[in-house]
Design a protein around this ligand. Sequence first.
Ligand code: TEU
Ligand code: CA
Length: 553
Amino acid sequence: MNRTWWKEAVIYQIYPRSFMDSNGDGIGDIKGITSRLDYLKYLGVDVLWLSPIYQSPNDDNGYDISDYQAIMEEFGTMADFDEMLSEAHKRGLRVVMDLVVNHTSDEHRWFMESRKSTENEYRDYYIWREGKDAKTPPNNWGSCFGGSAWQYDEQTAMYYLHLFSRKQPDLNWDNPKVRKEVFDMMTWWCDKGIDGFRMDVISMISKTKDMPDGPITDFYGDYSPYCVHGPNIHKYLQEMNEKVLSRYDIMTVGETPGVTTELAKQYAGEDTHELNMVFQFEHVDNHGKYGKWDAQKWQLTKLKQILNRWQVDLYGKAWNSLFWDNHDQPRAVSRFGDDRPRYRELSAKMLATCLHMMQGSPYIYQGEELGMTNYPFQSPEEFHDIESINAYQEWCLSGEVSHEDFWPCITARSRDNARTPVQWDDSAQAGFTTGTPWIAVNPNYKEINAKAETEDPDSVFHYYKKLIALRKANPIMVYGKYEPLMEDSEELFVYTRTLDDVKLLTVCNFTDRRISFSIPEEFVGKSCLIANMENDYSKKELTLRPYEAFVLI
Ligand code: TEU
Ligand code: CA
């Protein structure tokens, strides 16, 4: 397996709006990121992935772009960006941008032109269809953010496709002019010196020509059979690779909802000339009776089946992206761990051990290194995210489900859980802003904040710092072959990694119970690489305490 910098990297995701505000307007910005580069260097991460910072009306907080080559006013200027990039590079930090090209904002000039007339030269930059009549969309597809995936546009009495919000019209990638515009824009950013792209819903850019009704899920038809892993997806990614990606020493990670391990070998194969790696979502798609809106925890054996399969199936063929959370997911320690005060830090460290000892590039979402938790929402008025606002409307205000039934589900999974400001210290607004934050700071910031944790050697922060340092010193963590153990255990996540004559054992107790464990013969007497609590691992028979995690090598 060839060795590369992005396989050895730890990537830190910044959601700029909530990371650090430098000018007191309550909105995070680029100068704020620059002011925190030393913190990120101290943590030890290698790459920063910035969620979109381009010009946007912020219908979907920057994932609706109106100018790909201008900086969102609230975030600052292009000069601010150039300074941040230069300061990051001075510190040996690489910067990866978020490429959102499945759709633009409806305020992008391409769309403003496209909607003017059926003869406009930009008409075919987007996907327009006749309705069945002026009141009936071309088919029954639903948008990810609720409602129909089709918006009727008076000017030309036709519908345009938007798989996300109606202000995010889908681009028509079958149009070679669209591909050229995108590749030129990507080249422009690469020539500025960025170090790669995270590609938003890139598995959705190729659609079938025919757009029939889809199978009904929740309230509308499912577009997936016609819009996910479409007929030309690999052709377009290979064209992107040939015309842009292969010309720079950059990293690429595709966000590919619906991807399987088989498909991942094509999207991110060692020699398929598409992307370096992909985000898969099987381990965060444990849906319930209200779709994604569900408060249930994984049955551990099911979670292990998924993660073990991704480890084993990709080994030597493609590269894993490892994550517990991001800006679309609830906080890891609340979802997969235990955010009760007694167990929050222990379970956060256990989750970090479980993920960072796996094969693949680990992603840390801002605040995850602090053990930040979900937000204690009290009412739907506190939601800012279009997805949560629309879901509450569609499921609750419509009378479909009672507030009592739905509230625990939507608060467990709302994307706003991950979008509250990073908690820097215990001063007002957690040191995020001197003004009023665009979204409320989690009230637990007085206990959970970067200042307290960087000063406490036993903090979640220092545990992440140690894991990251171990990755640099132990190639087995990057390149070792993964083998699952105890797959039937509902309490313990156990696996080994092997590289040449070195072997490590990872053991994680995912429960708040004491669990007995026999160390496999070959590991008795081995040294402890890292553990989230004191124990004597030289013994064969152990009683693991709640959320205990350790690694022997
Ligand atoms: O997310 C795509 C996506 O699949 C999300 O809808 C995700 O599955 C869902 O939010 C989980 O509940 C990307 C971006 O990460 C997201 O922030 C954007 O809203 C979306 O695309 C549209 O650009
Ligand atoms: Ca600001």
